[in-house]
Design a protein around this ligand. Structure first.
Ligand SMILES: Cc1ncc(COP(=O)(O)O)c(C=O)c1O
Length: 376
């Protein structure tokens, strides 16, 4: 038996959409690119959308478009996927970490101000695991200090905080479409902004620095090939058209886990915060305080041995060896992040996970917890 950590949800609609492109003469830079971008601007309620080949490319282009580079600092969270921080470094700037708020696991807005210096150019908050809590407060502080917000919404497509959609908080916002995400294009990403100039720079940067209306061999700036081809865009259009159904399916799985795990005081089980319409990315439980990372790792090993794919989302970004070496970070620098990271277990989570499979995951988790309690 295998229960996977994540699985894409591809229907005949997606397969047909991709085949239609394959039968057409336009595999890249064809009509599906503006159609996908248009569907996104409409869904999010932003003026412009720029499709790129990954969330990482999207975040990197935001840095370049905002003129962030050598000598600049960008404030972000150490509890995230590595790309939130490495894209700051790719631009030549320095990530400055602020510890997280322990209930949402998002950057603690109250701690941002003390990290702002003359070099700070932007704040890059992340809606971790799909949770948008605190984004309004982060933006308030950033805008008070004239700092741009680059919203890393890569895990939170479809989440809403007090009626405001993820993707509308930042001056620039980014989504990602790797197959474990709410919607997938295989690989892909999307930049959203209301600023035409920033969007135009991103359009040029993703396409070898070409300018508006210039020929294929005219280049106005150093650019990249971060294009998203029409095959991916067609898949994305079909997936995005199902976003409400996808959100509902994921909420249903989250509810099953919540119902089945709520009574176990050895676990901290995530819930939808007040005021949030949460688009669940993953379902990450935490072991109660007092558990060690060794116990957590043994539980993960035991579950994997039983065919249940689980993972330790996330290790602290600042303690990744290359980050610690470059910036001199050490254990104890961001204690809340580190304490959370030691005790997380991401459980299998995807649209079509069944209630019976959730019950199996619960049973295997409880067995592993019992074994851990008996010193096993
Ligand atoms: C918070 C966050 N930022 C950025 C990314 C990068 O996206 P991609 O894998 O598409 O490059 C991810 C992807 O997992 C992510 O979770």
């Amino acid at each position: 038996m295998q229960i996977y950590l994540s699985r894409p949800d591809i229907t005949e609609k997606e397969i047909e959409a991709v085949c239609e492109v394959l039968r057409s003469p336009n595999l890249s830079l064809g009509p599906k690119l503006p159609e996908f971008e248009g569907a996104f601007t409409q869904y999010i309620g932003a003026k412009r959308a720029v499709a790129v080949n990954s969330g990482t490319s999207g975040l990197f282009l935001c840095m370049l478009a905002l003129g962030i580079g050598q000598g600049d600092e960008v404030i972000t969270t150490p509890f995230t996927f590595i790309a939130s921080a490495t894209t700051i470094m790719m631009a030549g700037a320095t990530p400055v970490f602020v510890d997280i708020e322990p209930s949402s696991l998002n950057i603690d807005a109250a701690k941002i101000e003390s990290k702002i210096t003359d070099r700070t150019k932007a704040v890059l908050p992340v809606e971790v695991f799909g949770n948008p809590l605190g984004m309004d407060k982060v933006c308030e502080i950033a805008y008070k200090h004239n700092l741009a917000v680059i919203e890393d919404g890569c895990e939170a497509l479809g989440s809403v905080l007090n009626g405001k959609k993820v993707g509308t908080f930042g001056k620039m916002s980014v989504f990602a479409f790797y197959p474990n995400k709410q919607i997938t294009t295989g690989e892909g990403g999307m930049i959203l902004t209301d600023d035409d100039d920033l969007a135009d720079i991103c359009v040029s940067l993703r396409n070898q620095g070409r300018g508006k209306g210039d020929g294929w061999l005219s280049h106005e700036r150093l650019g990249y090939n971060f294009r998203l081809c029409d095959i991916n865009c067609a898949l994305g259009i079909a997936q995005l058209s199902r976003i409400e159904e996808i959100k509902a399916k994921r909420s249903r799985v989250a509810k099953w886990y919540q119902e089945m795990l709520a009574d176990d005081d050895r676990l901290i089980v995530p819930t939808e915060p007040d005021g949030c319409d949460m688009s669940w990315f993953v379902f990450v439980v935490r072991l109660a305080e007092g558990y060690t990372d060794r116990q957590r790792d043994n539980i993960i090993k035991a579950m994997r041995g039983e065919g249940i794919q689980v993972s330790n989302y996330f290790p602290p970004v600042h303690l990744q060896p290359f980050m610690a070496k470059q910036f001199g970070y050490k254990k104890g620098d961001f204690p809340i992040t580190e304490s959370v990271c030691e005790r997380t277990i991401a459980l299998p989570f995807y649209n079509n996970l069944t209630k019976d499979e959730v019950a199996i995951v619960r049973r295997k988790l409880v067995q592993a917890l019992d074994k851990s309690a008996s010193g096993g």
